[in-house]
Design a protein around this ligand. Structure first.
Ligand code: PAF
Length: 282
């Protein structure tokens, strides 16, 4: 079993002794309810470091009003069993009061990149993400930290934060892990009924459709986005499309699609909001 810490002080003391022994620390921040995507992050961390630390913390400051903070799936014992299977050394699972004690004031503001795409629909979300990630980096002081490309905008924002605030950690991006039929792994997939899950596959299938259009010569971003929207909307249980965007790798919107661009989207299926993205490989 991995060592479980709930207090910052205890975790710090333990990691300090490892750092004295010149051990390299790999860190995988999570909100728990671990799935294959998390396993991929952990496995890479396991291969590249002496010690692997996983944090499990459903961070309230990245959820807006009316979002799913209360119903977000939580199961620490299940997560600990997965961490054991993957050879994790240390799990940090603090209470909210440990991370945000009474009177807590300071937050990280990520600026423009936090206001587009996801940020336009979830105001304050990325400031909450950046704040917790910086706090966790300061607590764990890892050599490397692992983030999935599934949350592509989050990954870009964390890279920006680390650069802007001179945080000495290497950010290692890990490609999105998909279930066998193409649905991107997400803790939120458990909200989907079997029928909704079927419709949720339209996200992945819409990327294949876009790839096909691009391969047959279409380069107009607007036309590709419209085709994606029409395709997804033709499925039952789709209750809304928040956005479909095509950007370069730094999230600048594109008019003419090129190799390496990203298609990003957020779609509501029933009451569940799913995000996904795709790298254009022409
Ligand atoms: O990607 C997530 O699970 C969360 O946003 C993170 C990075 C653990 C911060 O709470």
């Amino acid at each position: 079993m991995p060592l479980l810490f709930k207090k910052i002080k205890d975790l710090r003391n333990y990691l300090k002794s490892l750092r004295c022994e010149k051990k390299e620390i790999g860190f995988v921040p999570t909100m728990g309810y671990l799935h294959e995507g998390h396993r991929a992050l952990i496995r890479t961390a396991r291969n590249q470091n002496d010690v692997v630390v996983v944090s499990i913390f459903v961070n309230p400051t990245q959820f807006g009003e009316g979002e799913d903070y209360d119903r977000y799936p939580r199961d620490l014992n299940r997560d600990l069993a997965i961490c054991e299977e993957e050879g994790v050394d240390v799990v940090f699972a603090p209470e909210v009061s440990e991370i945000y004690p009474k009177g807590y004031r300071t937050k990280v503001c990520v600026g423009e990149l936090g206001k587009v795409l996801e940020g336009a629909f979830r105001p304050g979300h990325f400031d909450g993400v950046a704040t917790i990630v910086v706090k966790l980096f300061n607590i764990v002081q890892p050599d490397r930290a692992y983030f999935g490309e599934k949350d592509y905008q989050q990954l870009k924002i964390i890279q920006q934060v680390v650069e802007d605030l001179n945080i000495p950690v290497e950010i290692v991006p890990i490609p999105t892990v998909r279930e066998r039929d193409g649905l991107a792994c997400s803790s939120r997939n458990v909200y989907l009924s079997p029928e909704e899950r079927e419709s949720a596959l339209s996200l992945y299938k819409s990327f294949l459709l876009a790839e096909k259009m691009i391969k047959s010569g279409e380069r107009d971003a607007e036309r590709i986005k419209e085709a994606i929207k029409a395709f997804i909307e033709s499925h039952p249980h789709v209750t809304g499309i928040d956005y479909v965007e095509i950007t370069d790798e730094n999230l600048n919107p594109k008019k003419v699609v090129e190799k390496g661009d990203r298609i990003l989207l957020a779609v509501r299926i029933g009451n569940t909001r799913l995000i996904d993205n795709w790298k254009v490989e022409i």
